[in-house]
Design a protein around this ligand. Structure first.
Ligand code: TRP
Length: 338
């Protein structure tokens, strides 16, 4: 499926991920990139720091988040010899590319973009003017994102549901330019939503999400992870009472992180009244710590040796720039008739 395909993933630097982010988004995207590279394709992975400044105006904070997110991806095994890993703000050509796209982007596309519309809706709800607090960076966000995608001749963008519309906008802009010049100037991207991964439940049983405050963190002290897991909702039935594992939240989360054999063992213990809630929570703690141990060690290493990460990012930019320079040149040739 990924033979000779170019996969591109962008991440905003917004703090360290939880188990749900890892299993639902990060791991599938990294696997997809790896798969593409093994099959003659390419993988671009970048940190969208220009996108981040629309909301984050504190440079120290931004830098901290950037460090975290870069270290996270490396910790999860992103291989910078195989994937092109870079920081958006190291690629000045992205702005030339974006400016050209503006000329072919109907303003209506931006008006209907979800991220912008959500802000307008919020303003209305609070009785504020529609554009209160909305900057041009946020408004034109999908055009910059289209440039991110189109500049690298991307075939597939792995996304969560919230980003589908943005990839469609990129495709529409590319289509409009191609139609105007009547050539295949820009590659039309598609998106990929990971369907096979079930959403991981949070400690309150709803989908694990930072906004619900129900996450199991990955890059935290053991004691913090343990505390989160011990806060998972249970009832007051005694251990001896046989239980249907599927009705037990700890078990559901365990299924996302433990091996098949371990899951079967927990199910059997619950059905037979041999495992109490304390036991199964400890089993989950062990599984989470084991699944993430290597990544946690690597993360701490990269955070403490960020100069090494900087070197990787700079080397990545050196690989990315010739690619965008080439597509930009074709685009400029067409647009300016030279
Ligand atoms: N908009 C994406 C997000 O909020 C980040 C992003 C920026 C991106 N440019 C991209 C993702 C290009 C994929 C491709 O998560």
């Amino acid at each position: 499926m990924f033979k000779n395909k170019t996969i591109l993933t962008g991440v905003k630097p917004t703090g360290t991920p939880h188990i749900g982010n890892y299993l639902g988004a990060i791991k599938p995207a990294l696997d997809m990139g790896k798969n593409a590279v093994q099959n003659g394709g390419k993988h671009f992975m970048f940190i969208a720091d220009y996108h981040a400044i629309n909301a984050q105006k504190d440079a120290a904070m931004l830098n901290q988040k950037l460090k975290e997110v870069a270290s996270v991806y490396l910790a999860f095994g992103l291989d910078t010899d195989k994937s092109v890993f870079y920081r958006q703000s190291d690629i000045p050509e992205i702005h030339e590319f974006t400016t050209i796209l503006y000329a072919y982007t109907p303003k209506g596309f931006m008006n209907k973009a979800h991220a912008y519309k959500a802000c307008v809706d919020k303003n209305r709800l609070n009785g504020k003017p529609d554009d209160d607090g909305i900057n041009m960076g946020l408004y034109t966000y999908p055009t910059l994102m289209a440039a991110d995608i189109l500049a690298y001749e991307t075939d597939i963008v792995p996304v969560g549901k919230d980003q589908v519309q943005h990839v469609e906008i990129a495709r529409d802009i590319a289509g409009a330019i191609n139609a105007h010049y009547n050539t295949d100037l820009l590659k039309l991207p598609t998106y990929h939503i990971e369907e096979n991964v079930a959403a991981v439940a949070g400690v309150d049983g709803r989908k694990m999400s930072k906004s619900y405050n129900n996450v199991i963190p990955i890059f935290a002290e053991d004691s913090v992870i343990k505390k989160a897991i011990f806060s998972i909702k249970t009832d007051s039935r005694p251990m001896e009472e046989p239980k249907n594992p599927d009705e037990i939240l700890v078990y559901q989360i365990y299924k996302s992180v433990a091996s098949e054999g371990q899951v079967a063992e927990m199910a059997e213990g619950l059905r037979g009244g041999k495992l109490g809630y304390g036991h199964i929570k400890n089993m989950l703690v062990d599984a989470v710590l084991k699944e993430t141990q290597n990544a946690r060690e690597m993360y701490n290493y990269y955070m403490a040796h960020f100069d090494e990460v900087e070197e990787k990012l700079s080397a990545g930019a050196l690989k990315a720039r010739p690619v965008i320079q080439k597509t930009l040149k074709c685009l400029k040739n067409a647009v300016f008739g030279r």
